[in-house]
Design a protein around this ligand. Structure first.
Ligand code: ADP
Ligand code: MG
Length: 789
């Protein structure tokens, strides 16, 4: 069944060729017990390894059941070792971290036998060598003879046709040796046994045939085989393959035998994951804080569309023109200045009979709590100071010698949105004439707004005609009266020219004014309130009433008749259309809005409104073309202060997150390298095991698979541990943040998809790190691997 034809084996050592075997011609029949005798170094082991397919011959041929092995590929040799050959070694070569039973089962794990079947067959094999009751023990709990029996059981479990034993009794005492010899003799009744020994007595006593080897050549063959008795059976190449599950199980076992080390490496590996996870969780927490801020605190801030818009911050900062490739240093290109954008919302641009305002009111209906139009109308207001003197309520012009006065130039009066929802979300009533008061709705109701810290600026106090005392009784301020003076009472035509002059401010003018009084004092709930920058809030009803009067006033009529004359100035200089419009707006003769404020009450409403504006602009783009000048001219630009505030925060946060993640990634790389080193150490430690597995028929691929599985497993555990620790750490972090810093809505948490991604990343990185050592393990020469201790 086995023929060696002219086998020659040489080793290349330091450029020098050593001949280990030469001119070997041997034939073997089944059910023989053949002993190979010879001195140390004569080539016995080499011969056995070549027969067993563990080592390859240099020239000649080895025929198995008449099949030449010349064309055998790696996988054919693997299958040959797994199905046809059983190996028994002098040093037993059992895997110490596996039980006796698992050692025996290992050969079966390569053939795809089910676990149950493998267990049954392994137990049968152990029974045959008389060790079934020791199945659960570890190899080092057995005596030498027992260990060799386990090795024999392992060699027999696949029912190979050939059993190869390399000095199986070399490490045993003579009594035990005899027992092993008896066992091998029994085995040889139904298979070919080739045994290397240097004990001639044992060979004489037990074997059917003795082959003597000296210096790599055959010296004597007691029963040479001339006629092969086996042409009926053919060698069939079958496939061995270790299932992925088996590989995982094997590496899991190995990891479990080194619990402390595995735990430490896993912890080290998880540090990288934890650091990235924490950065992501914290940034997520900040994002949720910003979202919260946007949703709750900032959602009441109106979107504004002004007659003249400066656009967004983006368009306000000049960015270099990327298309301008002319970078030559001796040419200077003149370019257009950044211009403000005129929003045209009062004209039918689309040609469908609808202005932008019509469109907005129709499309955004129900998506806001307030929609207010500022008209630009500036009321002339009188009040009496504490001495009873009548004074006009107006801010003094900024003092050019005091630059700080420029900052307090905000207007004194502001029209309040009709619906109190937005104002009341930011402001609270601190004093009111009527206890049941919530929000002004009548034309004669005014609200005094004071600062967050209950202060009122001195210039405002003066303008309102309050007493000069340092502290004021809030109740005393309630009921303070103001008179709104219409144009006809305030201005009169100059007798000397085409302009109007102010009438004398007196008791008569005061009495003719429309009465309104402070009914409540309001204060911001916290320092972030931004809705009102004025001090006196009046109702829409008051403005409507006044505008109705102004419409037919003399000065308005005059302005309409003389569109090029400024009625408020004695100068004869002609004015342009824009100036005319703005004067008319100030006087209340042109009520077209200077500013549209849309107050959403929720974040979703804000989104919906921006979408409405976007839809309008898309229609403009469709009509005029996206790149046309008309599009740029007619599109509507809005300002979203809330978006600008949170947008900047988000950009900053994203930048910080990227930087921190990069730092955290370094620790991840360090831990990956560590796992690579560990895999390498593991390969070195398990070199012998690799040799054994190869002898049992494991493919290179299977070896790679085992070490990849080990690295992957560490990566998986590190990843899971890392993600879990991160999640646990977010609990104290959140409680510390909420206790120490007042950040409502801050909630650090690792998003599940990020958690999964991190685990995956951990597995991938450790697989990459373990790849080279795993490949190295597979490349190990099985003969050399077996020789290592
Ligand atoms: P035995 O088993 O009879 O003691 P071996 O078969 O182990 O002898 O060795 C036969 C000869 O081949 C020896 O000279 C040995 O040094 C040499 N040899 C065996 N394996 C190798 C190897 N891997 N590299 C180089 N020389 C080797
Ligand atoms: Mg030897």
């Amino acid at each position: 069944m086995l023929e060696l034809k002219n086998i020659r084996k040489t080793y290349q050592l330091g450029g020098q060729e050593t001949i280990a075997l030469e001119n070997i011609n041997l034939s073997f029949n089944r059910n023989q017990f053949v002993s190979i005798l010879g001195q140390s170094g004569s080539g016995k082991t080499t011969l056995l390894n070549i027969i067993g397919g563990l080592d390859q011959y240099t020239s000649g041929d080895l025929l198995v059941e008449g099949t030449s092995t010349k064309t055998f590929k790696d996988k054919d040799w693997d299958s040959y070792r797994n199905t046809t050959i059983g190996f028994v070694f002098q040093s037993y070569n059992l895997i110490s971290h596996l039980s006796v039973l698992e050692n025996v089962k290992m050969a079966l794990s390569l053939t795809g036998v089910s676990t149950k079947e493998a267990e049954k067959r392994a137990l049968t094999a152990l029974d045959e060598v008389g060790l079934s009751e020791h199945a659960k023990k570890r190899p080092n709990q057995l005596s030498g003879g027992q260990m060799q029996r386990v090795a024999i059981a392992r060699a027999l479990v696949n029912n190979p046709k050939i059993l190869l034993a390399d000095e199986p009794t070399g490490a045993l005492d003579s009594k035990t040796s005899i027992q092993i010899m008896e066992l091998i003799k029994r085995i040889s009744h139904d298979r070919l046994v080739i045994m290397v020994t240097h004990n001639p007595e044992l060979a004489e006593q037990y074997s059917d045939r003795i082959i003597r080897v000296a210096d790599g050549s055959i010296l004597e063959d007691t029963v040479p085989v001339n006629v092969l008795n086996d042409s009926t059976e053919k060698f069939t190449k079958s496939k061995t393959s270790m299932s992925f599950f088996t590989a995982i199980k094997s590496s899991m076992k190995n990891l479990l035998t080194k619990k402390t080390r595995t735990a430490l490496v896993t912890l080290a590996g998880s540090i990288g994951i934890i650091s990235i996870g924490l950065v992501l969780a914290l940034s997520n927490g900040m994002k949720s804080y910003i979202d919260d801020l946007q949703k709750e605190t900032l959602s009441g801030i109106p979107l504004t569309i002004s007659q003249t818009s400066a656009g967004n911050f983006d368009s306000m900062t000049e960015s270099p023109d990327k298309n301008n490739t002319n970078q030559s240093s001796n040419e200077i290109t003149i370019k257009e200045p950044i211009t403000t954008h005129q929003n045209i919302y009062n004209e039918d641009i689309l040609g469908n009979g609808e202005t932008f305002i019509d469109f907005l009111e129709r499309e955004a209906k129900g998506k806001y709590s307030n929609l207010t139009y500022d008209t630009g109308y500036q009321m002339n207001v009188l009040t009496k100071n504490t001495n009873g003197d009548i004074q006009q309520v107006k801010k003094e012009a900024a003092d050019p010698s005091n630059p700080a006065s420029m900052f307090s130039m905000g207007s004194l009066f502001a029209k309040l949105p009709a619906n109190g929802e937005n104002i009341l979300s930011q402001y609270e009533v601190i004093a009111s004439e009527n206890k049941a008061f919530t929000y002004p709705t009548n034309q004669n109701e005014l609200i005094l707004f004071v600062n967050y810290d209950n202060t009122l600026n001195k210039d405002i106090s003066k303008a309102l005609g309050l007493s000069s005392e340092e502290t004021q009784d809030a109740q005393q301020l309630l009921g303070k009266e103001f008179r709104m003076i219409d144009n006809d009472s305030f201005y009169e035509k100059s007798p000397v020219g085409n302009f109007f002059i102010n009438q004398v401010i007196d008791e008569r003018m005061y009495d003719n004014g429309l009465e309104a009084k402070i009914v409540a004092i309001m204060r911001p709930k916290d320092a972030t309130a931004t809705l009102i920058s004025a001090s006196l809030g009046y109702t829409e009803q008051l403005e409507t009433k006044m505008l109705a009067k102004e419409k037919d006033s003399d000065i308005i009529k005059f302005m309409k008749e003389h569109p090029k004359t400024n009625a408020l100035s004695p100068s004869n200089d002609e004015i342009d259309e824009d100036t005319h419009k703005s004067i008319m707006q100030t006087l209340g003769g042109d009520t077209s809005p200077t500013n549209i404020s849309i107050y959403p009450s929720t974040f979703d409403e804000r989104e919906a409104i921006t979408k409405v504006i976007g839809d309008y602009n898309r229609q403009i783009a469709k009509k005029f073309g996206k790149n046309s000048d008309d599009y740029t001219k007619y599109m509507i630009q809005y300002t979203d202060m809330a978006e600008m505030m949170t947008g900047m925060m988000t950009t900053m946060l994203d930048t910080i997150t990227v930087i921190l993640t990069a730092f955290a990634a370094i620790s991840l790389i360090v831990s990956s390298v560590m796992i690579g080193i560990l895999t390498y150490v593991s390969v070195v430690e398990r070199t012998k095991e690799i040799g054994i597995m190869r002898a049992l028929g494991a493919r290179k691929k299977d070896i790679t698979r085992i070490f990849n599985a080990e690295a992957g497993l560490i990566g998986l555990i590190s990843g899971i541990v890392g993600v879990m620790i991160t999640m646990l750490l977010t609990i104290p972090i959140n409680s510390i943040v909420s206790k120490l810093i007042d950040m409502d809505g801050f909630n650090a948490s690792l998003k599940p998809e990020y958690g999964l991604a991190l685990i995956l990343l951990s597995v991938i990185l450790t697989l990459v790190a373990g790849f080279i050592p795993s490949k190295g393990a597979a490349k190990k020469d099985p003969v050399e691997a077996l020789r290592t201790e």
